[in-house]
Design a protein around this ligand. Sequence first.
Ligand code: ADP
Ligand code: MG
Length: 730
Amino acid sequence: MATTGGAPLTLADLAAIPVTRLHGVGERKAKGLAESEVENLLDLITYYPRRYIDRTNQARIAELMAGDEASVLVTVERCTSRRVKGGRVLVNAVVSDESGRMQLVFFNQAWRERQLVSGREAVVYGKMELFRGQRQMTNPVVDLVGDQTGRIVPVYAQSEKSGIYTGDVHRWVAETLRRTLPEHGGRGLADPVPRSLLRRHDLAVRQEALRLIHQPDSMAEVTTARRRLVFDELLRMQLALVLRKRAIERTSKGLVHVTDGPLVTQLHAKLPFPLTGAQRRAISEIAADLRRAVPMHRLLQGDVGAGKTLVAVATMLAAIDGGHQAALMAPTEVLAEQHWLGIRKLLEGLTVESKASLFAERPLRVELLTNRLTAAERRRVLADLQAGEIDIAVGTHALIQEGVVFGSLGVAVIDEQHRFGVEQRAALRGRSRGDAHPDILVMTATPIPRTAAMTVYGDLDVSMLDELPPGRTPIVTRWVRASGTLDEPPEDLESAAALESMWAEIRAQIAEGRQVYVVCPLIDTSEKLEVASAEETFDRLLNEELEGFRLGLLHGRLTPAEKDQTMELFRSGHLDVLVATTVIEVGVDVPNATVMVILDADRFGIAQLHQLRGRVGRGAHASTCWLVGGATTPDGEARLQALVDSTDGFELAEVDLDLRGEGTILGERQKGRNDLKLASLRRDREVVGQARQAAIELVDADPHLAAHPELAAELELFVEPADAEFLLKG
Ligand code: ADP
Ligand code: MG
């Protein structure tokens, strides 16, 4: 290892040194390490302990009662193996601590005999049982401790089969750290994060943090180390995101809009209600973006009913005030139509200057563009769009198809982000004849926590509508703990009675003129089965619980025309009950529907349940959501209870993050280049915000990080080469 003389070692230097340069790493060990993706010294020192054992705080064998699950630090006394009936191998080890002795039994793990060599220390985790009066654990989890001394013992993920033990890793990490130390003639480890940031957040220097995470004397030291290393990971991630955001802003020309023009003013004067505080905040955040010459990329998060449409309309009108056009793109034809109708009504009576004759005015024009238009209608809409005679185009993907050209697209609003990717945003940008990029507002009704949004949508700014307009009657959510399959009646009388009283209340609601959704069990594996189950539920309800009422059935195998017809019957009040699969999740708005029943609710995720529930509570009458399902797991239990406890999408998003972790959220966008080894968007929420703030300050003061070459170089290690070029060279 060339560690003497010269500048302190950077992470890139470490990445250039293969593990085979370490004592005791030959071809076989190197192969074993490679299986854990450890090939160089950077991989090695960021191969963090999976957990720590505090020697002074372990259970003692003698204290364990039969049935206790525990982890115990033991020494192997002897280990034997033999073949038993059926050719299986049984490995038997006797282990002890200073309080007593017990047996470990392993089935079909012949290699344990090589692992559990007499005299080795190990931590075993399992359930202690008595077998012929002897203490015994069967197939426990075993972590070899290796030759570490000291109170706190780090345990590394180890794969016994690849022949890498925790003690090996410990030794190699120690060697790496020792040889970088100046007092051992090493060059030391560079710390590219500005000292002022470290001081502000009270963070350890990198060399120290790396030592403490691998060789702590106390758990407090682990915490200190972890804070610094987590900050590093999140700072790198945020730097990449902020650099990308700024690079896009730099390289694309935007429009400077006026945000207090006549249309915007007329809209505000026309509203029959005051804006909520959250709406005012969002509108002013957007207005600030619109006035800049840099194209806006903003995400508007808010629950169903929070009033996002109005914010979107105010945004679009700013563009029209400046003589441009606006587009609103929705994920489905139904949603596009609803938006179109709603927006037309909201903007009724507004006029704009006519281009045809100076000083003349014409009504503001809102048109629909979907694939349902006839060829002739489509030709006319396209011509008028290009001529700038349509002010707002509402539509589906049809808006970004070939042949659609806006005279001058000023603002594009995209509803329901989860259906649209980055490519669609780019396509929308390309639809305008002008060379300036339109401002883009993305709306989503599936909020994710702000810190997660900073990461998942790190190249967007975020506005939150976290306040509902006043006067809404909150939806009451009730959980009936019973199995949802209707053809197998629940075994216990209590849940049978609970279900019956639910249907009785629902019948009473229908008798009062209200309408009901029944969502059928989700079957991810097969649409066919899902449809079959929906049909079964429909038949059953028609003949039993909801006999005598008008029921409709909606599922994914119907033709669009059939779906439309059923929806129309429900919307117009000709159906009392709509039995449906999750196809109703997005886009249905029937204010008279006040009851939502979700069968087998424990099969749905929090966000999906919240979306489904949002289909009711849209009118003047009080609404109820019934969750039917016996939670089979603690997580399922927590999910359903969360829905009962809260109707706030942001609160639910936090719970969801706690329960599911960030994998699911991150998975969607961060595939492949995830440098988060220690950091958790969940546990480290606060640090995400600090890192973002720090990244913004660094980049805004120094757009290519020219004054921080080490930091920039480090970033290159973690992002794709092409990306680094784009981000840093500008
Ligand atoms: P979202 O798109 O966020 O689901 P909408 O924009 O469709 O919500 O608004 C839901 C309903 O609330 C609409 O009928 C709208 O007119 C109404 N609304 C919006 N803002 C307000 C407000 N500030 N006060 C009262 N009602 C409002
Ligand atoms: Mg909406």
